[in-house]
Design a protein around this ligand. Structure first.
Ligand code: NAP
Ligand code: MG
Length: 497
């Protein structure tokens, strides 16, 4: 592994620099940029330099109330309810095109604010553009049914939007996560309030500007930056919010589910994971090893579906670990704007300390770090990619979500043992299986308790496929053929002749 010295030059496009210099702490409510009622702000930090990147408005209950009123007004009255699906689709496509035209600059904002590698940020935003086009196309496919009835009745169902949908999102892929909540909600005719993560609000604010340019009617898309305990909780408690679409930690997801019971909101939870990556002796290791490396180190390990428990068949375990260590040592840790870098920092000081403590916990539990296990001696939240060997399934590093570039390798004897160990977790977001035996691949895919299973690949996602968790990894699915179920409700209509 290389890295260690702070790079001499940190390039920033002049356009991005000018935009950041002009950025004011504002909320987007009813198509206007307004200061928070309290006047409170907080700093957003560049995790590469630990310096302030921007000052962000700290939205609180009053601001949330204003945003929800704006969204409610737009849902009930404004022009939005008169929009046909193709009108909504046209706006979504215009929004997509504007994001696409700004892709490089938006990606740079993600890199500066969240430490995401520039090419990775570009790829994620391209995925968001794709999602907008997808849901634009899907808007007209939301429909009710005619249903068998008595001869003197005509029975049918209407599939209607829920109303005001709040999106509360984490910091690891801000534009992508925001768009994948907003696009289906808007396509189905809802209005939205977005609460970005406090660590990465900057790109959401640029998204807000582009939404204004796209021409969404006032109140259809509102953005309240701020903290989870204030802005986020106020959205969850608000009686006029119909749905919470949440992506984040399992701990906060549970709190949101409990709090939303008071107003019986619809809730979708996309939560954490400790996803198994199962490698059989007949796997193509030339593919499986680099994939395992990407599986735990992509986005500096800050991926909900990261393959952080690698189960390797006993007789190839040592060979596999050697190869994974070799591959991990090729990772270049450094400035995520630098083209030579292959792993950036983690998002914040808090996350840095958290991951670092797990490195110590692993050693204290008796696991052996075959590579990594330390932080980089430079400013910024840089950690070494870390491969733990001699891990047992009952160790904390094998059970708790670390959300950093730390992976545990655990041996298994046979297929049954692999499945039992893979399922021995409270989580169930994703799983990967590597084998050249087709029957085994399908058997394991069925037996493993996870919302997504990858066979001979890892971390592939598509908006046309449902994404979500088994067990404590979540409730509900995003995307997929039945995406609209999360953003609409059915009404039964009986007409008597
Ligand atoms: P987090 O702490 O759960 O925060 C997520 C969002 O919820 C943030 O916007 C946060 O605001 C807000 N929040 C915090 N407390 C709240 C409350 N009481 N009421 C309402 N909102 C509240 O998660 P994170 O640390 O940002 O992100 C990492 C986690 O996200 C990991 O566990 C990861 O697995 C999970 N994740 C899951 C998926 C998935 O699709 N399954 C995808 C990505 C990440 P603040 O900004 O103030 O914290
Ligand atoms: Mg930041």
């Amino acid at each position: 592994m290389t890295g260690g010295e702070a790079p001499a030059i940190r390039t920033r496009g002049p356009k991005v620099q000018a935009w950041l210099a002009a950025l004011e702490p504002r909320l987007l409510i009813r198509n206007e940029w307004v200061p928070p009622a309290s006047g409170d702000t907080f700093d957003s930090i560049d995790p590469t330099t630990e310096e302030r990147l921007a000052v962000i408005a700290s939205g609180q209950a009053d601001d949330v109330d204003a945003a929800v009123r704006a969204a409610r007004g737009a849902f009930e009255e404004g022009p939005w309810p008169t929009f046909s699906p193709s009108d909504r689709a046209r706006l979504l496509r215009r929004f997509a095109d504007l994001i696409d035209a700004e892709l490089d600059d938006l990606a740079e904002l993600e890199t500066l604010d969240g430490g995401i590698l520039l090419p990775v940020a570009k790829g994620l935003i391209a995925g968001a553009v794709d999602a907008l086009h997808h849901f634009a196309g899907a808007a007209a496919l939301v429909s009710g049914e005619t249903v068998p009835s008595d001869p003197t009745y005509f029975n049918y169902t209407l599939r209607e939007p829920l109303g005001v949908c709040a999106a509360i999102i984490p910091w690891n892929a801000p534009v992508d996560t925001a768009v994948k909540k907003l696009a289906p909600a808007l396509a189905a005719g809802n209005t939205c309030v977005l609460k970005p993560a406090e660590q990465t609000s900057v790109s959401a604010l640029r998204l807000g500007e582009l939404a204004l340019e796209a021409g969404f009617p006032a109140g259809v898309l509102n953005i309240v930056t701020g903290f989870g305990s204030t802005a986020g909780a106020a959205l969850v408690d608000h009686r006029d919010v119909d749905k919470i679409g949440f992506t984040g930690s399992t701990a906060v997801g549970k709190r949101i589910l409990a709090a939303s019971a008071a107003t019986l909101k619809r809730v979708t939870l996309e939560l954490g994971g400790k996803s198994p990556n199962i490698v059989f002796r007949d796997a193509d290791l030339a593919q499986a090893v680099p994939a395992a490396m990407r599986g735990y180190s992509a986005l500096s390990g800050q991926v909900c579906c990261a393959g952080t428990r690698i189960f390797v068949q006993q007789d190839i375990k040592d060979e596999f670990v050697d190869a994974l260590v070799h591959c991990s040592n090729e990772i270049t840790v450094g400035d995520p704007l630098d083209g030579a870098t292959t792993m950036g920092p983690v998002v914040s000081e808090q996350q840095f300390q958290r991951v670092r403590s797990y490195m110590d916990i692993g050693v204290a539990e008796g696991a052996v770090a075959r590579t990594g296990g330390a932080v980089l001696d430079r400013p910024g939240y840089f950690l070494q990619p870390t491969v733990f060997d001699d891990v047992r399934g009952d160790m904390r590093i094998a059970r708790e979500e670390i959300f950093g570039p730390v992976v545990s390798v655990i041996p298994f004897s046979d297929e049954h043992d692999a499945v039992l160990q893979a399922n021995d977790t409270d989580y169930g977001l994703a799983a990967a299986v590597w084998t050249s035996d087709v029957s085994r691949a399908h058997t394991v895919a069925r037996r493993v308790k996870a919302g997504t299973v990858w066979i001979n690949n890892i971390m592939k996602t598509s908006v046309t496929m449902p994404f979500g968790g088994y067990k404590q990894s979540g409730i509900g699915r995003e995307g997929g053929p039945h995406w609209y179920e999360q953003y609409t409700q059915e009404k039964a209509v009986y007409l008597k002749y």
